[in-house]
Design a protein around this ligand. Structure first.
Ligand SMILES: [Zn+2]
Length: 264
């Protein structure tokens, strides 16, 4: 079995502020350490279920957060950015049996996390087919384009609840709950134990976690700055809807992701 793991930091146990997510800050080391531990826990769950190859995408900011020396021998780690439309799931392809998302967070335009955002901080929301889309949703579609089911997700409680609506068979673990500018987290070692068990349960029903890809992606992005909407409106196929909003329609996940890469 071959497993893909994408790891972000805002949904890691205990992480609450932007300062704690930024490489080089004095309060960042704890976050990166726990991010590594939760990644290792996911690997252990996958290995227990028979995974022989694990590919890990470090998918936060610098993409240089996970400590490679702590990873099992069957794991490879992608650090840095490939600058390709698959972004946070770069490296995924049809050879993988399952995908796992660790440390994910609620999307832009929601109050599920003090660090809620989608892809970057430029937007108030991104909608796909009239629903606000989180990174979980976007990356689930990118995985589905290769026939890879997302079987496990850890992160904040609201994201986990929304993920169940999107993919009813997915196994989730809420390691924290957003409360205004605060996040209430469980014990970090307990989180690792539960991630390991959750990954096992998710992998058992990988087949049921396959999702349908919509025939059309009707995308709406509302930017914080009106100049960004103006700029995006010059990309082929993108139309300005109002001062802060653009829209475009794509026929495939790939096409959706390429346009997004240039305008978000
Ligand atoms: Zn993120």
């Amino acid at each position: 079995m071959k497993v893909f793991i994408s790891v972000d930091i805002e949904g890691i146990t205990g992480v609450t502020s932007w300062s704690e997510t930024t490489l080089g800050n004095s309060d960042y080391a704890q976050s990166a350490n726990q991010m590594t531990k939760e990644t290792v826990a996911a690997c252990e769950g996958a290995i227990a279920m028979g995974a022989k190859e694990i590919f890990i995408k470090d998918a936060h900011d610098s993409a240089r957060n996970i400590d490679i020396t702590k990873l099992p021998r069957c794991a490879r780690l992608s650090r840095g950015w490939t600058n390709t439309p698959d972004s946070m799931v770069a490296g995924i392809d049809e050879t993988f049996d399952a995908a796992i998302f660790i440390g994910y967070h609620s999307g832009s335009g929601t109050d599920g996390s003090p660090l809620a955002h989608t892809m970057n901080l430029s937007n108030n929301y991104i909608k796909i087919n009239r629903e606000k889309a989180s990174e979980f949703v976007i990356n689930s579609y990118l995985a589905a384009a290769y026939g890879v089911p997302v079987v496990f997700l850890s992160g904040d409680k609201m994201l986990c609840e929304k993920a169940k609506e999107f993919n009813k068979s997915i196994e989730t673990l809420a390691v924290k709950e957003g409360a205004g500018g605060a996040a209430i987290s469980i014990n970090p070692d307990l989180a690792c134990d539960l991630i390991k068990e959750g990954v096992k349960n998710g992998l058992k029903r990988a087949g049921a976690c396959k999702i349908e890809i919509p025939e059309k992606f009707e995308v709406e992005i509302n930017y914080k700055e009106h100049k960004d909407a103006k700029h995006a409106s010059f990309y082929p196929g993108v139309e300005q809807a109002d001062s802060h909003t653009v829209k475009y329609t794509s026929d495939s996940v790939e096409e959706f992701a390429v346009t997004k890469m240039f305008i978000l």
